[in-house]
Design a protein around this ligand. Structure first.
Ligand code: SF4
Length: 334
């Protein structure tokens, strides 16, 4: 019996703002592709699902991803803000990854426009500093560009959130990186460190993963950045018994739904129930050729692997890749 998939909600995704560069660790395929669908139709669709959820399915989660970069025009920025409010939150931080380069007055105006709209700060993802970061991010000068935006924003009273990637080649740079970031003006609203996920392009860099030994010898300055819930960073050999404990449990997932010009007419016509049920069926169907987790583990689990992963799904992703290579079985929707 394949694994049972339980949809705990829908996550609507729109390729609206392509990235201006391609990071080597990107989880998203084709980050330069852009849908021709106007944002307004996407927004209207998601509002309809919020109305449905409120009236009939309060148990479901409605998520949204408009990306892959946050290089939105002002109308999209307002629209994303309206959608965030439907979830009871506020759109307050703009991600810096993938932005096109702006300089001088154009850059200052870009920051000021966002501040005027209620954006309180910027979120940066950094993989080391200087040329190491630039290489991971596929753009010369990207580290300086991101820190310049953080500095300009900080001088204007805005805050920052930082996500710092830990790999074999960024670890030795961490002290320097933290010193640079600590010297920036503005409030530090959050800072965390983590290994790459095993997904997308990042799955090619297993040799860059920290090992149990690296993890256990991390200095306190880095250890304190491990995010609470996801800060364990177990190796495959440590994850295996944890995963086997719940191997027969259904997997609860937010079902991702890519919206674009090819399916919007159908999505606007169909009922919310039908769309949700169809997507749940497609997910379940995509697991048809995937053996149950304990069998997958028996075939591909490597109890000698001491490289560390943030989530069990990273380890499962490795097994699914091996299954795909060995049998040609399509990977399940993720
Ligand atoms: S900025 Fe983010 S979405 Fe864009 S290429 Fe880099 S990792 Fe991928």
């Amino acid at each position: 019996m394949p694994r049972e998939i339980l949809g705990k909600g829908l996550r609507f995704s729109l390729r609206h703002a392509p990235c201006a560069h391609i990071c080597r660790y990107c989880l998203i395929s084709e980050s330069r592709k852009k849908s021709a669908l106007p944002f307004s139709r996407f927004e209207a669709l998601v509002h309809r699902f919020h109305d449905w959820r409120q009236a009939e399915r309060p148990d479901l989660e409605i998520g949204v991803f408009v990306g892959p970069s946050f290089d939105y025009d002002m109308e999209t920025l307002r629209g994303v803000g309206r959608l965030r409010e439907r979830r009871g939150g506020k759109f307050r931080f703009v991600n810096l990854g993938g932005l096109r380069i702006r300089r001088d007055d154009e850059l200052v105006d870009w920051i000021e426009e966002r501040r005027a709209l209620g954006i309180v700060g910027f979120h940066t993802s950094l993989a080391g500093c200087g040329e190491v970061h630039d290489r991971w991010n596929g753009r010369a000068g990207d580290f300086d560009y991101q820190t310049e935006i953080l500095r300009l924003a900080g001088e204007r009273g805005m805050a920052r959130q930082e996500k710092l990637f830990l790999t074999k080649n960024t670890l030795p740079l961490f002290d320097r990186l933290l010193d640079i970031l600590d010297a920036l003006p503005g409030e530090l609203h959050g800072r965390s460190a983590s290994p790459f996920f095993y997904a997308g392009l990042a799955s090619r860099y297993e040799d860059e993963r920290l090992t149990e030994d690296d993890r256990d010898a991390l200095p306190e300055r880095i250890n304190e950045l491990r995010p609470g819930k996801f800060g364990n960073w177990l190796s495959e050999r440590e994850w295996i018994p944890v995963m086997l404990e719940s191997a027969d449990k259904p997997r609860r997932l937010q079902l991702k739904l890519d919206v674009d010009e090819t399916n919007i007419d159908y999505l606007e016509r169909a009922s919310c129930e039908e769309i949700f049920a169809t997507r749940a069926r497609e997910y379940q169907e995509s697991y048809r050729d995937v053996p149950p987790l304990d069998e997958l583990c028996a075939r591909y689990g490597d109890p000698a692997n001491r490289r560390v992963y943030q989530m069990s799904r990273d380890v499962e992703g490795r097994w699914l890749d091996m299954l795909h290579r060995e049998t040609g079985a399509a990977k399940p929707i993720d």
